[in-house]
Each structure stands twice: as C-alpha cells, then as structure tokens.
Design a protein around this ligand. Sequence first.
Ligand code: AMP
Length: 396
Amino acid sequence: MGKSIAINAGSSTLKFKLFEMPSEKLLSMGAIERIGLGSSDVEIKYGDGEKYKDNLDIKDHDEAIKLLLDKLISLKIINDFHEITGVGHRVVAGGEFFTDSVVVDDENLKKIESLKEFAPLHEPANVLGIKAFKKILPDAISIAVFDTSFHTSLPEVNYMYSLPYEYYEKYKARKYGAHGTSYRYVSQRAADMLGKPLEDLKLVILHLGAGASIDAVKDGKSFDTSMGFSPVAGITMATRSGDVDPSVLQYVMEKDGIDNMDDMIDILNHKSGLIGISGVSADMREVEEAQTENHRAHLARDIFMNRVVRYIGSYVAEMGGIDALVFTAGIGENSITLRQEVTDKLSYFGIKVDPEKNDIRGVERDLSAEGSTVKTLLIPTDEELMIVRDIERLRK
Ligand code: AMP
C-alpha cells in the first residue's frame, strides 16, 4: 500500500492532502501559508482530530516541502519519505494542449511553463511546487491535474469570444474555464446518486466557493462554463467581479487615474465581488449576517443570487433542459438559505427542494421535494481525491 499526496501550490501557499491508496483513506491535510513573507503559518491536521500549528520563517517552496515532509515523519503520519509514491499537482492552466491529467516528464513540464501567460499568478507557483517535489521525491510518480482540462470539450460556439477571429488564431484567446477537477468529481457523483449514466444527463453544477463558477454538463462532458479566459469572468464571487462591460473599466481608469491594466485587473480580482459591493466582507457568512442592517450587504447577496439564477437559466436554455441542479463548494454546501432561495426562483423549471432535506450542511444528499421533476443534489466536492485517483489511473 502506498501513499499519495495532492498538492495545491500558490505563490505564497502550499496546501496538501495525504491519502493512503488505494483505500483512499485521508491521513493528513494542511497548509503552509505566507511562504517567503517572513513569518509563515504551518497547520497540519492528522489522526483523530489532532492538529499541529506553528509559525516559522520559511523562505521558499523547497524549504516548505522539506519542512512538510519532515513534519509528516516527526508527527508519525509517515515513517519515511519514500512511502509517498505519488504526487499530484493542481495546475491552473492547461490551455488547449492538456485535455487530461498527465505524468510530468521534461516535455510536459516545459509545456506547463510555456502556459504561464494564461495564469501569470498561478502557473509559476504550480511549476515551483512540481520542481521542488521532484527534487525531494525523485522516484515518486508526479502528475499534473489541470483546472481547465474538463472544459476542453466545450463546443467552439461556447468557447469563442465575439472578437476578431485572428486573436484566437494568433494567440489562442478564448474561454478556458476553471474548477474542472471539481466538476469532474461532482458530475460523476451526481450520476451515481441518480443511478444513470452521466452521458444521459443534463446537469447544471454550481461550484459556489470563494471562487465561484457554474458549469453545464451535457453528454457526460462540460458543455458551457461561466469562467472565461481567466477565473475573473462569470458570476459574482468573494472578491472577483464576474462579467463586466470592458468600457466601464476604461471609464473608471480614466476617472480614477488608474494608468495600467494590471492594476485594474487586480481590482477586478481582489477588490470586487462581495467585498467590493458590500464593503463588509468577502465571506458569504458575514455578508448574510450583515444583510438585515446593511443595504450594501443585502445588495451584494442579491447580486450574487441574481447572477447564479441568470446563468442557470441560460444553461438550461442552451442544453434544452435539465435533469439535476447540483450545489457544491463552501457556499453551495453550507448556505441553507441561499440554496432554498435560488431553487425557489427556479420553480417554473420543475425544481422543488424539500426544506427539511435542505436543512443540512456539507453532506451528500438528494434535496428534491416529492414531485419535483428536476432533482436538486448537494454534493461536497473533493478535488484532492480526484487528483490522487488520477495518480492511480496514470500509474498503470
Ligand atoms: P470554498 O472556497 O469552497 O472553501 O468556500 C469558502 C466560502 O464558503 C467562504 O468564503 C464562505 O463565504 C462560504 N461559506 C462557508 N460556510 C458558510 C455558511 N455556513 N453559510 C454561507 N457561506 C458559507
């Protein structure tokens, strides 16, 4: 029996989940945050609710990974590095090239590095993580699992922007989407729960976390998705704007003296969405708590709901129907009121949720009321489990 680790490396973070395989038993999970920023937070959960926490000066990803592996040994989660026989890395951008997860050899690593223009903040961090693990665990299989792969099935009509065609031809400027690993996991679970082949189902999956997107799954494949060339597009998110008219950006930049697009993109990614509208919080719990007293918090939640409902409607229209609506990720799994209110607005589609069944958080369940012609499912996502399953699949 080996152990596999799923890694999500950001520019200053390293999150992980360690599984025993093939039993898929979760052995440990945690994160190292603020790497290279002077005082890094380390948190490792393991055993029966045990937790290790520390604050250290960790200068780079190499040091973070070495520390993580040492801690896994000293906390007796593993006995030796070499028990870890598989490392799976979440990689944000796979472009048109990576239609599935791959084993990272030299050629694939070069290709991943060449895609950094598609995710300038994330891809270099993903590459750092891959290289650092390869150095410390050279004998373990190393795989890359792309957020975008699941969406390489989008039909041309859904991935093309209505821009001069040459921008696609010359620069591959198109919609790529994100959260693909989550959609892959959740869509398969939905088919299992409904007892039907995925290929026969029309699903709308709502991945509503801090980053949020919506996916239409048809014929077992991603058919349309709300994120675009980058994750800033689509619905309102914690700190991201979702869809906006580009002309308003030009207008605001001129008025506010913002003289470069990078700064504006930063505002769209980090200062917009729930935090931008409400001024209260990027966290939906706090926005929900504030909404009775605070108009802007109320508005932020209303706009969030409106964009969710708008996308569901357009995806049902595009697919010509819907068999099931699926809620996942932090808000989708935990906001009972939001699930109820979204589905109440969709009753004309034949969607009806049973309030008693809906009175639950973070547990896989069919929430549909008696007589509902469209099912509503709650399915907690598990991207890391999907990643370690990919390791097993690609080992063969
Ligand atoms: P994720 O990115 O999937 O981890 O989701 C994180 C988000 O889930 C948080 O920022 C919260 O806004 C949201 N969330 C978690 N618990 C709740 C809850 N009980 N009610 C509403 N939103 C929640």
